[in-house]
Design a protein around this ligand. Sequence first.
Ligand code: NAD
Length: 381
Amino acid sequence: MKHFAIIPGDGIGKEVIAAGMEVLDAVSQISSFEYDGEYSQIGSDRYLKTGELLTDQDISDLKKKDAIYFGAIGDPRVKPGILEGGILLKMRAVFDQYINLRPVTSWFPLVPLKREVDFDIHFLRENTEDFYMGLGKRFGPSYSDKKNADGSYDVELGVKRESYNMDFKVNAHPTADDDYSIEIGLVSRKGITRWADYAMKYAIARGDDKVTLVDKANVITNNYGMQREIFQQKADEYGLKLEFMFVDAMSMAMIVRPETFGTVAVPNLFGDILTDLGAQLQGGLGMGGSGNINPNGVSMFEPIHGSAPDIAGQGKANPIAAVLAAQMLLENQGFPKEGKMLHDAVRYVLDHNQTTPDLGGKLKTAEVGKAIADFILNQKK
Ligand SMILES: NC(=O)c1ccc[n+]([C@@H]2O[C@H](COP(=O)([O-])OP(=O)(O)OC[C@H]3O[C@@H](n4cnc5c(N)ncnc54)[C@H](O)[C@@H]3O)[C@@H](O)[C@H]2O)c1
């Protein structure tokens, strides 16, 4: 029996998670997959009532679960950044969900390419290091920093992680009086090693014989050079081929020959960009699921879209992204056969135009959820 936390969140998050839960229920009725789901009120309504974002109590409750199924957060009544930082980003950090898994699958004919092409790229974005650590600062006459007697500035930066804390003191000595800004992209051997290890295991589980590593090692030679060395060691250890792609070439290759990629490891900043390109390639926001994974801890699965206040409450939200997130949750929790049932059911509703208006259909969110669930229930032999 699996124990899940269900966090519908805000706006269409509530609607698509309701559809996703109907689908999970259907799977549990016809397979050996058994679960219970405890709902959590984390989100904007609770925040507006009590001021609470992700509390210590929430964290200790969530820690007891096998995984989290998440809708979306975001509310026009709350200043941008508060819910995102205080709930989503905090959750990813607290649970050290260091892999962001984003499958990019050809859902023909939704694919905006000129030709029919069968691809299934699984991006494994490193989720904790690189240029997204918030390790930066501006300095100069427009900011409050005091200049030292010798004309230099002391720029102090710090990072706190479960695996390490680090303080930086940069003594910047500009020869011209101006404002400056620095942003440090930090990677660690431990951080790269655990990610590379996961990528190799993931590729083997998928049946891929290679891993593609995306970087810009020809320009950012230190960080991405170290990354290449560690990935190469891991690839040798697991007997897999390792292909290196520069991020600029990769963004072109994803359009020209997406079918040549399988498991793709990409550092944090480039991953943010490439996975959005991937989302569009597979048919848009309503078609993308995402996993924030800690292989030894609590992972979280969610659609890639936000709370979409412009369509919330109207039944227009496409629940397929949430269903594909549920597929990832099942696969991650050891139920690959059941995950495939969801994948096949999504293929079926697309082929029969049982979709919401964003995909050209006429159904409401709940009706698409029911169509997917019914297809699964009909598989019972
Ligand atoms: N992971 C998250 O919880 C997450 C992610 C992104 C944005 N947000 C938050 O969501 C709020 C809205 O942000 P946004 O408008 O930039 O992004 P969004 O993803 O909510 O919506 C962007 C556009 O896509 C449409 N759309 C999104 N999902 C859809 C679906 N399932 N079916 C049909 N149409 C869909 C919306 O109607 C909207 O026009 C903000 O508060 C933002 O911070 C949260």
